[in-house]
Design a protein around this ligand. Structure first.
Ligand SMILES: O=C(O)CCC(=O)C(=O)O
Ligand SMILES: [Fe+2]
Length: 285
């Protein structure tokens, strides 16, 4: 018996369900697959599903991204690993207290039309339920934030994604176009909890020592679940001639989760600052 009527879920045309039976988790094969995913998550803090999106579908995602990216802003994101600003009075020599900058061409959720395949994938109840079960959550929802929910991020050669924690707990990153070389997604699994942080390990990584960071080979269509809010992560320098393009899918245990205005302005810059200002003006009595 299936928990869902999966027949009309658009995601089934996109996902390689022969290899990854997300539509049949109640069958013997499906249950074994889910168990493997849950075990990987528990043991390593990540679950990497290479070739999760079918080659034809990932080619279509690539076309969509290439068509939309010219409308994206080039963002210069300057923030601490905790997504904040440097606070006065803290020791600026400590790598934990510094701001790091990266440059990305990035589509926020409100810039990705509902008709795109990537947004259909993100809005699939079947996919959200699969992500929920891998993370062993009672409830999980796609993020309700107008800007952060789904993003498409292009890093040009020479670019990287600075080390950071996400503002929501569970994140999925989908590789749409790999770099020729470099551009590895790397992280320290579970480097913090809700109340503590392995600061020595975090300082080591910020200082350039990658020896304890985890990274793995990911081809186009790789779908990687990880605890982005609790695992310091980033993308190493992109090398070669083409941009690395990924989609970042954000989930939360609360159905109405939105991100603070100052964090969104820090990431998305003047475009979003203007939208928020207009929104707040409209809300005034
Ligand atoms: O591009 C990726 O694979 C990860 C990006 C990321 O960590 C983020 O956008 O928060
Ligand atoms: Fe992230």
């Amino acid at each position: 018996m299936k928990a869902f009527n999966t027949g009309d879920d658009a995601v089934l045309a996109l996902v390689d369900t022969d290899r990854y039976p997300i539509d049949a988790l109640e069958t013997v094969e499906g249950a074994a697959f889910l168990q493997d995913c849950q075990d990987s998550m528990a043991e390593h803090g990540w679950c990497n599903l290479d070739g999760f999106i079918r080659p034809e579908a990932i080619a279509a995602f690539r076309e969509e991204a290439r068509a939309l990216l010219p409308t994206a802003q080039t963002l210069r994101v300057r923030r601490t690993i905790y997504q904040g600003q440097v606070e006065d009075g803290l020791d600026q020599d400590d790598l934990l207290n510094r701001e790091y900058t990266h440059v990305a061409q990035q589509l926020a959720d409100d810039q990705i039309p509902a008709s795109t395949r990537i947004k259909q994938l993100y809005h699939s109840p079947l996919l959200t339920d699969f992500v929920r079960r891998v993370q062993r959550k009672e409830q999980l929802y796609i993020c309700a934030d107008d800007f952060q929910a789904l993003n498409v991020v292009a890093l040009n050669p020479g670019g990287r994604h600075a080390w950071h924690y996400d503002t929501t707990e569970c994140t999925v990153t989908l590789l749409i176009q790999s770099a020729e070389q470099g551009g590895d997604f790397a992280f320290l699994p579970n480097s913090r909890t809700g109340s503590s942080e392995d600061k020595a390990a975090v300082r080591r990584l910020l200082g350039g020592d990658m020896s304890h960071a985890q990274t793995f080979a990911r081809g186009d269509g790789a779908f990687t679940l990880f605890r982005g809010g609790y695992s310091l992560h980033g993308v190493t320098e992109v090398e070669g001639n083409r941009p690395r393009i990924s989609a970042v899918l954000t989930y939360d245990e609360q159905p109405d989760r939105v991100i603070s205005e100052d964090i969104n302005i820090r990431i998305y810059g003047p475009r979003v600052e203007q939208i928020i200002a207009q929104r707040n003006q409209g809300n005034q009595p």
